[in-house]
Ligand binder design. Structure first.
Ligand code: HEM
Length: 179
């Protein structure tokens, strides 16, 4: 997984929980590289999960809640870092329609070797869409946080329903999003 996600997570820990918590989380969660990440570098996604589990231990906040908060925080970071990708996308649904066909394709160009998840988009009706998330990394909570961050960015209220499919591991999940 690309280092930019780790950098953004560590920013969140420092700004919301303080430098002492950051130090503890880093010392516990990153045996391999002592917390030094390069945006375009590749690191095991399990290492990000280990950092989140450690933060959960020290704050008493549930892992899935922390992952979703991270997704929301990270969406704001994306927008700030790549404003050119968002100029023609004026609503949450417009952006979600383009995550797979445009945004994650651009990500592959910006970060060679990136392996973003796959999202099949289906418009159900005026106010409902379905996204079929597929990734062996099973990071549906991150996706949910990013989707919530996206809605917050556009000032929209949405509801999200999630259903696991296939072997139910989380590698294949349907998100039904209603506004
Ligand atoms: C609401 C919109 C988005 C959703 C739901 C989404 C979802 C995700 C998820 C869940 C992952 C974790 C990897 C996995 O599940 O296999 C991921 C990875 C990633 N996404 Fe997105 N994303 C969104 C928007 C964006 C945007 C706007 C950017 C950048 C401009 C971006 C760049 C990336 C990058 C760089 C990775 C890491 C790929 C890697 O480590 O190889 N995403 N995305």
């Amino acid at each position: 997984m690309k280092g930019m996600l780790f950098i953004s997570f560590l920013d969140l820990v420092e700004s919301q929980y303080g430098p002492d918590t950051l130090e503890v989380v880093l010392s516990e969660g990153t045996a391999e590289n002592s917390g030094v990440y390069i945006a375009a570098g590749d690191y095991p996604h399990t290492e990000l999960i280990a950092l989140i589990v450690s933060l959960s231990k020290h704050t008493g906040i549930e892992v899935s809640h922390l992952i979703k908060s991270f997704g929301m925080y990270h969406f704001a970071e994306f927008i700030a870092a790549y404003p050119q990708l968002f100029t023609d996308l004026n609503s949450c649904f417009a952006l979600l329609e383009k995550v797979d066909s445009f945004i994650h394709q651009e990500v592959r160009l910006l970060y060679p070797g990136a392996t973003p998840p796959k999202f099949d988009y289906h418009r159900v009706n005026e106010d409902t869409i379905e996204l079929l998330y597929q990734s062996p990394r099973c990071m549906g909570d991150v996706a949910e946080g990013l989707i919530l961050g996206c809605a917050a960015y556009y000032g929209e209220k949405i509801g999200i329903k999630r259903e696991r499919h296939g072997d139910k591991s989380g590698a294949l999940e349907r998100f039904t999003i209603t506004r």
